[in-house]
Design a protein around this ligand. Structure first.
Ligand SMILES: Cc1ncc(COP(=O)(O)O)c(C=O)c1O
Length: 458
């Protein structure tokens, strides 16, 4: 592993932090037994070894990206205080840092006026957005593409709101025609628009959905939990994604997960509302908190009570080092992952004719940085089994990919499927190339993939 700068940087920052508290000497009770702690930490390290190497460029499977060293250091530094961003009573500095960091996220989407805060996950952030949607249109339905994250249907169930799935087109995006059929029923209150689906990284055509809003009137909630940051690299996107991200400021609410593409440790989602007046729905009394300051306490505008102030500190520090600007270092990192995805897809598409081992999606190159492909086989069951075998053979070679179920009609061979199997899903290989290092490692990833296939007789 490369030299980790965090321990040295952290020790220095801890001294600066501690020096600010002029307090009488004290000692913890009981005094920590360092030998016992060292032994427990040794066991802990051994237990943690049972993991996929998420930090390494050969981990190219799920949506897992290592936090930036400055985020790890700032999070650990905040642990000296362990602030709670429910109220300023428990996290004065970290609440201010959260407000500043969230304003940067909102600014990235073109909002200077908004209401928003961090959450412990994308699920919680989406829950708050749909909760507000239900408050504003209590008797109306929520709809989202069948490729939207499963969380929307579950959350709607929790909130007792009717939810409907809209068909996806052959690009994996919400079908505008299918959406219009739903809208004509007159009972849709909110459309969930996913800018970057979990399976494919497909981008729903927000710019076209906005035109339907003129006609039918509904709220738009953008789920950008995974894809939101791609707003920073318009020139690296194809037309649909570029137009959709350019229209994002027209949404009523947006979710983005700094713990996905934003280089943060887990426990960092974010929800933003364009109309800050939705704050009225959060109004509640807390007899125990909100007494140290007349300024806004974040608990007054969030559903969660205790929340890690350290998550806000880590995000604030990361955005200070790597501002969310087009053309900046952070944006360049996103563009590198996307370049790796385009290159992997190109290699799959350009396998020599007659020697095709893989079959690309017919929808074309990836919209963001997720690549999905099928194994060529006589039938869907054979393709699914082969994908599983390749997944396992790659893992033995330290190349970690993922699997996903997709309609076989999304591949050309789907046309040749028998009538009995035409509607079936097929298991495909999937790779999320979200680390900047993936660009330089793509050649090695391809070599390992090819070697795994050769091992299996491909
Ligand atoms: C588009 C999208 N929305 C929501 C979620 C859920 O986010 P979380 O896992 O942080 O709860 C995910 C997770 O992958 C996602 O990709």
């Amino acid at each position: 592993m490369p030299n980790d700068p965090v321990p040295g940087l952290l020790a220095h920052a801890c001294q600066i932090l501690e020096a600010q508290f002029a307090l009488p000497e004290w000692a913890p009770v009981p005094m920590p037994d360092e030998d016992a702690m060292a032994e427990v930490l040794r066991d802990t390290a051994v237990r943690l070894g049972d993991n996929y190497p998420y930090f390494h460029p050969l981990y190219a499977g799920q949506m897992l990206k290592p936090p930036h060293p400055v985020a790890r250091a700032a999070y650990a530094l905040a642990m000296k205080i362990n602030p709670n961003n429910h109220a300023r009573d428990g996290g004065r500095a970290s609440s201010e840092m959260e407000i500043e960091a969230v304003a940067e996220l909102a600014r990235m989407f073109g909002w200077s006026e908004f209401l928003g805060h961090l959450t412990s996950s994308g699920t919680l952030a989406n829950l708050e957005a749909l909760w507000i949607a239900g408050k504003i249109a209590p008797a109306k339905r929520i709809v989202g593409s069948e490729q939207a994250h499963y969380t929307h249907q579950r959350i709607s169930g929790v909130l007792k709101l009717d939810y409907g799935a809209v068909a996806a087109d052959q690009h994996g995006r919400m079908s505008i025609e299918a959406l219009e059929v739903e809208l004509k029923k007159g009972d849709v209150g909110t459309v969930v628009v996913t800018l970057g689906t979990t399976a494919l990284g497909a981008v729903d055509p927000l710019h076209e959905i906005l035109q339907l809003r003129e006609k039918h009137g509904f709220r738009i909630h953008v789920d950008g939990a995974y894809g939101g940051y791609f707003r920073l690299i318009p020139n690296a996107l194809d037309e649909n994604a570029r137009l959709a991200f350019a229209a994002i400021s027209e949404a009523d609410s947006i979710v983005i997960d700094p713990h996905k593409h934003g280089l943060q440790p887990y426990g960092c989602g974010c929800v933003l509302f364009r109309d800050s007046a939705v704050g009225r729905f959060y109004k509640h009394e807390s007899p125990y908190t909100y007494f140290t300051s007349k300024k806004l306490h974040l608990g007054e505008i969030s559903l969660e009570c205790s929340r890690a102030g350290a998550a806000a500190v880590a995000l604030w520090a990361t955005q200070r080092l790597l501002p969310l600007t087009e053309g900046g270092v952070f944006a360049d990192g996103l563009a590198r992952g996307r370049a790796a995805a385009i290159e992997l897809d190109r290699r799959i598409r350009e396998e020599p004719a007659g020697k095709r081992y893989f079959e690309p999606l017919r929808l074309g190159p990836p919209e963001l940085d997720i690549v999905v492909w099928k194994v060529a086989a006589a039938n869907p069951a054979g393709a699914s089994q082969a994908a599983q075998n390749i997944f396992t053979a790659c893992a033995r070679r330290n190349l970690h990919l993922a699997l996903v179920q997709l309609p076989q009609s999304w591949f050309e061979s789907g046309d040749r499927a028998s009538t009995e199997t035409a509607g079936e899903n097929v298991t495909c290989l999937r790779s999320v190339l979200m680390k900047p290092e993936h660009e330089a490692w793509l050649g090695k990833i391809w070599d390992e993939l090819s070697a795994a296939c050769a091992e299996l007789g491909g």
